[in-house]
Write a new protein. Structure first.
Length: 128
């Protein structure tokens, strides 16, 4: 069986190398900036707003190239990405899990949770 589906537009979303954009200077007063995106099979062209590119570069400078994800998206028409937009989003920081507070004495299971045994108290140090 072969199924043919038709679409009105083909949208593209791709991540870009943040290091390649680090230090790029977009002159004030520029309205649009042309980009050339080289992929293994083809080279695509896109035009993005200068303000969006300046914001992406500022995010890269603030968090470093390894601290952001740069995304380009738009509609694919031939070898052009039209209505293209670019954004740099900081990567989520990994937080180290804090150990659970430990009671100062023996514990028992009550209703599926570990609780201090009768007469035992959680100290402030254990809760800190």
């Amino acid at each position: 069986m072969k199924l043919v589906l038709r679409v009105r537009t083909l949208k593209i979303t791709t991540s870009l190398d943040a290091a390649a954009l680090a230090g790029v200077r977009v002159p004030n007063g520029s309205d649009k900036v042309s980009l050339s995106i080289e992929a293994p099979q083809c080279t695509l062209k896109a035009v993005v707003n200068a303000k969006s590119l300046r914001r992406a570069v500022a995010a890269i400078e603030a968090a470093g190239p390894d601290g952001v994800v740069v995304v380009l998206q738009g509609k694919l028409e031939g070898d052009h990405i039209v209505e293209a937009g670019i954004a740099a989003t900081p990567k989520a920081s990994r937080q180290v899990a804090q150990p659970l507070p430990q009671p100062s004495g023996p514990t028992v299971w009550v209703n599926g949770a570990l609780r201090p045994a009768a007469g035992d108290v959680l100290t402030e140090e254990a809760l800190a």
